[in-house]
Design a protein around this ligand. Structure first.
Ligand code: IPE
Ligand code: IPE
Ligand code: MG
Length: 240
């Protein structure tokens, strides 16, 4: 694998759990459970590769509109996974944090989040950001509201004002956005942050997306030329 040009910040829309289960004549929840296994594999792989920041879309602000049973199963699964995975996170020096409006979760889940974040807060390796009850539009509106609260209304807001108040504040800029499951859309994920991210779509359903598939995505990224509006010649000159 090409490890020269590693993205600093990778985000993943982990999609396809339901279809994975349905194709096996199983309940969608079976797919979510299998999805957690793959999440562990990709987190460990990212930590070993030395990626700085990994942001995973676990539950969108729109996912509340799924059948009640599925939503409650996902909530239970989060609580379980948080309890179970802290050991693995510490072993790999992963620092966990949540982004999104977690105040809408049950007190029990909020407590589990708090505990897992606290138990990993001194780790200095991979920054693992779990986007839960996250929406890109929410993030931007929230940032603007923070600016209003801080009295920034007297002057015009700048891009830096917004950036400094987004949920991803302090993280490296988003380099690579991966979506599994074959759909080619952003589904209200990091819409501001993805402005200049490289996009990678995989047809693999999330429970099939293993570290080999991940390496393939990273190798694809490594070969791309990011121009940020400049010409190819300008970019080549800069890297000489
Ligand atoms: C992604 O898989 C996981 C969550 C949204 C929680 P899906 O549950 O969306 O799986 P598909 O897209 O229905 O196959
Ligand atoms: C996006 O997947 C949300 C997560 C992966 C958590 P969805 O399956 O909810 O997205 P849509 O509905 O297909 O756009
Ligand atoms: Mg889906």
């Amino acid at each position: 694998m090409e490890t020269n040009n590693l993205p600093k910040h990778v985000a993943i829309i982990m999609d396809g759990n339901g279809r994975w289960a349905e194709s096996r004549n199983r309940n969608r929840t079976f797919g979510h459970k299998a999805g957690v296994e793959k999440t562990r594999e990709i987190v460990e792989s990212s930590a070993k590769l030395g990626i700085e920041s990994l942001t995973l879309f676990a539950f969108s602000s729109e996912n509340w509109s799924r059948p009640k049973d599925e939503v409650s199963y996902l909530m239970e699964l989060f609580v379980l996974a948080l309890k179970r995975e802290v050991k693995m996170l510490n072993k790999n020096a992963v620092k966990l944090s949540f982004i999104g409006d977690t105040t809408q979760f049950s007190p029990k889940l909020q407590q589990s989040i708090f505990e897992a974040e606290t138990q990993t807060c001194n780790n200095d390796g991979l920054l693992l950001n779990i986007a839960a009850n996250y929406g890109g539009r929410w993030d931007i509106v929230n940032a603007v509201n923070q600016c209003l609260k801080a009295g920034k209304t007297k002057q015009e807001l700048t891009e830096s004002d917004i950036e400094a108040n987004l949920a991803t504040e302090g993280l490296p800029q988003l380099d690579l956005l991966i979506r599994t499951g074959g759909e080619k859309r952003i589904s209200n994920f990091l819409i501001w942050q993805a402005a200049y991210a490289e996009l990678y779509f995989s047809d693999k359903l999330w429970p099939d997306f293993d570290s080999v598939a991940y390496d393939k995505a990273l190798s694809d990224y490594a070969l791309r030329q990011r121009r940020f509006g400049q010409t190819s010649a300008q970019v080549k000159l800069k890297h000489k």
